[in-house]
Write a protein that binds this ligand. Structure first.
Ligand code: SOE
Length: 394
């Protein structure tokens, strides 16, 4: 809860589009609902366009503005730098901030390449030795139902994990008239659906099962290779103009995976699942039980207990809104539920709590590097096309 006299944590946010807006909301909201040992202070918002960043700062609640991210790092009123820029700038900004002694929160995926992610993880390890903390922003692991899923697996309620089934389905560019954006340009985003949304289901499945992916076999596809350049931009999508640009990333990634504990995984990340808006679907099948989650019904976890008598066995629909569920006690009573933005607020709570305790937050940059290695393996597997066996046409 906000209280005068509490030590503060000066925050500098770089970027003010969709993620910048979500992070701003989280920095403002967290101290109002959670008892934080440090009071986040929204000190400065940075963006290249002076008029746009000034408007965004007023709308999102930031005290000051900068048009050069380097100034954010130089400011004495900034203790933590929050990186909400396209992936091609994550490494430069995060490493400079860490070396300047600033804590760092960096949006996912950590970087656009394994080499960049390795440099970031190395800088984070060196900074941690000086008490400077860092986290990569995989917010969906902070949905209460996901926390309950991880807890059920850890307690052995599913037994030996056999299958992990994960989809992240969107459709915001299924229309070929949807305009270009930085998320569709390899030099800015690193990859397409794979890194943007595939990274989330890699993190979630490893987080829930406690197992790491040890190998993959993959396919990537770009369905629409030319798109109108944007005439206007929204948080996602926007309106296309007359000129066009080339899409240089994957529109969809499909891959098989084998986990460290022996489980088999199937993954699908696409922005062309017409009718699916933000459908993150996870199902885990074990020797003693199963669970299923769909972010489009995010306050619910389905759980099948294999020990139930066959006559009454079935997936239980657990409404994850009780005070005893992760994070829920700070919010609404009597099952009133949470939304997309709450994962970002929980991210701030966990980050600030770790900093106050002088502990390393999770997921760390090392965790982000491991996920970057999975993404890289998917791209190398798809390029080799090695597991694809042609079927003779009759
Ligand atoms: C676009 O796919 C996007 O904004 C992702 O970049 C975010 O990580 C996800 O939370 C919502 O969708």
């Amino acid at each position: 809860m906000t209280s005068p006299g509490r030590p503060t944590l000066g925050v500098g946010l770089i970027g003010y589009a969709f993620m910048g807006a979500a992070h701003s909301h989280a920095w403002r909201t967290a101290p109002r609902f959670f008892d934080l040992a440090l009071e986040p202070r929204l000190a400065v918002l940075a963006g290249r366009n002076p008029a746009a960043v000034t408007e965004a700062a007023g709308r999102l609640g930031w005290a000051g503005t900068e048009t050069d991210w380097r100034r954010v790092i130089e400011r004495d009123d900034v203790d933590l730098v929050d990186v909400c820029t396209p992936g091609d700038t994550h490494a430069e900004i995060a490493i400079a901030a860490l070396e300047a002694g600033k804590h760092v929160l960096c949006e996912k995926p950590l970087a656009n390449s394994v080499a960049e992610a390795e440099a970031m993880a190395d800088a984070a390890a060196k900074a941690a030795a000086r008490g400077v903390r860092s986290m990569v922003g995989f917010t969906y692991r902070r949905v209460p139902a996901i926390g309950l899923a991880r807890q059920l697996v850890a307690e052995g309620r599913l037994g030996q994990i056999r299958h992990v089934r994960a989809q992240y389905l969107q459709d915001w560019i299924a229309d070929p008239a949807a305009p270009m954006s930085w998320r569709l340009e390899k030099d800015k985003a690193g990859s397409g659906a794979l890194g943007d949304i595939g990274a989330h289901i890699v993190d979630l499945t490893q987080y829930i099962t406690g197992q790491a992916l040890r190998g993959v076999s993959a396919m990537l596809e770009t369905f629409v290779e030319e798109r109108p350049l944007p005439a206007s931009t929204g948080k996602l999508g926007g309106v296309g103009g007359a000129e066009t640009g080339r899409v240089t990333v994957d529109d969809a990634a499909v891959f098989l995976g084998r986990f460290s504990g022996g489980a088999l995984g199937t993954f699908e990340a696409t922005r062309f699942a017409l009718g699916r808006k933000n459908a993150i679907r996870i199902e885990v099948n074990g020797s003693a039980g199963s669970l299923a989650f769909d972010f489009e019904d995010m306050n619910v976890l389905h759980f099948f207990d294999g020990s139930d008598p066959a006559e009454t066995a079935g997936f239980r629909r657990i409404v994850v809104t009780e005070p005893g569920h992760p994070y829920v006690g700070a919010w609404w009573p009597a099952g009133h539920g949470l939304g997309y933005e709450h994962g970002f607020t929980h991210q701030v709570v966990d980050l600030v709590t770790a900093i106050a305790k002088d502990e390393d937050p999770a997921p760390s940059f090392a965790d982000g590097l491991q996920i970057q290695r999975v993404l890289d393996a998917v791209e190398r597997s798809a390029a080799a096309n090695s597991a694809f066996t042609e079927i003779q046409e009759s």
